[in-house]
Ligand binder design. Structure first.
Ligand code: SAM
Length: 292
């Protein structure tokens, strides 16, 4: 792989954009990577080998796709913008291990794609994500039980910090708990705006989410636990008791919630931001018991 010849080389990216008179679509979050050090870091962090089938979300003009095609066995790239399809067919014409799909990733049955192309065996997901839909993409992959080894993605820096945050820190929230219920997050690198064309207005980071083989907690009712978590962070300044009693779906009043907290050895004035995933699982089981 001669860096001079890669699509991600800024000169080559500009040449492709000019050749096709490409107009960037803001609504699709199009910021193409032009830094090959960052691309190498992503490939290494995801530990891509020729044994792997990789799903890439949003290949753009193929800058990251080319790195994936060089290192993986097979790459499935899903791109929403139909203007990019003929460009990708040109920039990646030398590779025979690519399946290109012109679709909205949020509408695609990814389980079916994995069955078709990898016999249902775990895939790796790699992407420089469109930032406007980072959370629905990642939570969609986890919640629909797509067989995944790891997800290595470029996201907005603040979002990466929230995914990795521990209880009691300012970035800790419902997203931290949801991501950590399914995976072990690790921030691989911070990436400044000048690594992209055009430059985004925010800092970025690469984060790897390694899928946990077993869920770290096993609440009786997962849905109830996440309703509790969302309620707890809906009003960050309120105590957990007040958040719970303001959420009718949970079916617990103030006094009962104080009792539940007491039973769990927790203060009646505790806030959601102080609680771990294990404590949320315990409290949701107690709420369920109380309701039955
Ligand atoms: N991977 C390329 C790179 O690193 O240079 C492009 C990354 S760019 C940040 C995001 C890409 O996702 C764009 O190509 C955009 O058109 C595509 N995209 C946006 N929304 C999408 C969606 N819902 N489904 C599939 N692709 C989408």
């Amino acid at each position: 792989m001669n860096p001079e010849n890669m699509i991600a080389n800024p000169k080559n990216t500009i040449a492709v954009l000019k050749k096709y008179d490409f107009v960037f679509q803001k609504r699709f979050g199009q910021n193409f990577l032009i830094d090959q050090h960052v691309l190498n870091k992503i490939i290494n962090a995801a530990a891509i080998t020729k044994e792997d089938t990789v799903l890439e979300i949003g290949p753009g003009i193929g800058s990251m796709t080319q790195y994936l095609l060089e290192n993986a066995g097979h790459v499935i790239a899903v791109e929403i913008d139909k203007a990019l399809i003929p460009i990708l067919s040109d920039t990646l014409k030398d590779y025979d291990n690519l399946t290109l799909i012109n679709e909205d990733i949020l509408k695609l049955d990814i389980n079916r794609i994995v069955k078709e192309h990898n016999g249902g065996k775990p895939i790796k997901v790699v992407a420089n994500l469109p930032y406007y839909i980072t959370t629905p993409i990642i939570m969609g992959l986890f919640e629909s039980n797509v067989p995944i080894d790891n997800i290595t993605v470029m996201v907005q820096k603040e979002v990466a910090l929230r995914m990795q945050a521990a209880p009691g820190t300012k970035d800790y929230g419902a997203l931290s708990l949801a991501v950590q219920f399914y995976s072990d997050p690790y921030i691989v690198a911070n990436v400044p705006p000048n690594c992209f064309m055009p430059r985004p207005n925010v800092g970025s980071a690469v984060i790897r989410l390694s899928r946990l083989e077993e869920k770290p907690v096993k609440p009786v009712d997962e849905k109830l636990m996440f309703t509790l978590i969302r309620a707890a962070f809906n009003w960050r300044r309120k105590t957990l008791v007040n958040c719970v009693s303001s959420t009718p779906e949970l079916g617990v009043g103030k006094d009962d919630m104080v009792r539940i907290l007491e039973e769990a050895g927790l203060s009646a004035t505790i806030r959601g931001e102080a609680l771990s995933l294990a404590q949320y699982a315990l409290l949701s089981d107690k709420i369920l018991e109380h309701r039955q």
